[in-house]
Unconditional design. Structure first.
Length: 302
């Protein structure tokens, strides 16, 4: 048991350092730099070196206890900032997924409606090109145009938009797609499906979700640096770079999470049916009859 606890402690310490202390120390350092330089001397590194050297000389005359106390205060400040950012990550997830709070709902509805109109226009053009003739009779130019329109439509959302953000629609599309294919209510059936998933699949799903949460936290750090940029303009540059990277990573992580969830349904839905007792319906490829039967169990006929 002792080696297991030691290993767990090392992993927790590594996770703590990476998730809280390291980004927090970087931000605390940027805050101190902003306080010393400000806008007027934003890139005056010689001034910063002189000020830091003066602080180091002063601290050199302190007792060991005072030096340790100063280091502890610095680390606690970094951890406090990191903890605050991680806490704000829950709210940031709501923003990214389009579940905007009350005051933001009117613009969310307008943005969703605009995205839906654009999606509908592209879908109408696709159906217009598909309708006159079957697939085997379409010319190469028509097929190429359909493919191009499909790519543009899918960049908006894989299903008709219901959220104001791409990330929200990418995750919501998974619910629509599995309902269309299998007729299941993913929200109701997912806890049961989770219980029959192999451990390696659940581990992979947790990893992908952690990657998504980490990317979202990166956007919160970008907001923090944007605020700091009001007092020291190089921080605004860092905010832009961090924000662009966070946007890319959030989109990629959301797509990966949606793909993993959908794949888990595709591969393991029959196993759930067998565990519940729908052996006859589980024979052969899953269909909507199986999905509707699972819904009755998950919803308890409500």
């Amino acid at each position: 048991m002792a080696p297991v606890l030691d290993g767990l402690g090392e992993k927790l310490a590594e996770k703590w350092l990476t998730a809280l202390a390291a980004p927090g120390l970087l931000f605390v350092g940027a805050t101190v730099t902003a306080a010393v330089l400000g806008h007027a001397h934003a890139l005056d590194w010689s001034l910063l070196r002189r000020r830091v050297g003066h602080w180091a000389t002063t601290a050199g005359h302190w007792s060991t206890g005072e030096q340790l106390a100063a280091a502890a205060v610095l680390i606690l400040a970094a951890v406090a900032v990191g903890t605050l950012v991680r806490t704000c990550g829950d709210g940031a997830v709501r923003i990214w997924t389009g579940d905007w709070p009350g005051p933001l709902r009117p613009p969310a509805h307008r943005l969703t409606a605009r995205r839906a109109r654009h999606w509908d226009d592209l879908q109408t053009d696709i159906e217009r090109l598909r309708t006159p003739r079957p697939a085997r009779d379409r010319t190469a130019d028509v097929r190429q145009e359909i493919d191009a329109l499909t790519v543009r439509r899918d960049r908006i959302a894989l299903a008709r938009p219901t959220r104001p953000t791409y990330t929200g629609d990418r995750l919501a599309a998974t619910v629509v797609r599995v309902d269309t294919q299998y007729g299941i209510d993913l929200a109701a059936c997912w806890p049961r499906l989770w219980m029959v998933l192999p451990e390696d699949v659940r581990t992979e799903l947790r990893t992908v979700r952690t990657r998504f949460d980490t990317a979202v936290v990166g956007s919160v750090w970008a907001a923090c640096y944007a605020v700091l940029g009001c007092f020291w303009w190089p921080a605004a540059v860092a905010a832009v770079v961090t924000g662009l990277l966070a946007r890319q990573r959030v989109s990629q992580a959301a797509a990966a999470l949606a793909e993993h969830v959908e794949s888990a349904v595709d591969v393991h839905l029959r196993r759930l049916a067998e565990e519940i007792g729908f052996t006859a319906l589980a024979d052969g490829p899953p269909d909507r009859r199986l999905g509707l039967a699972l819904n009755r169990i998950a919803r308890k006929a409500t």
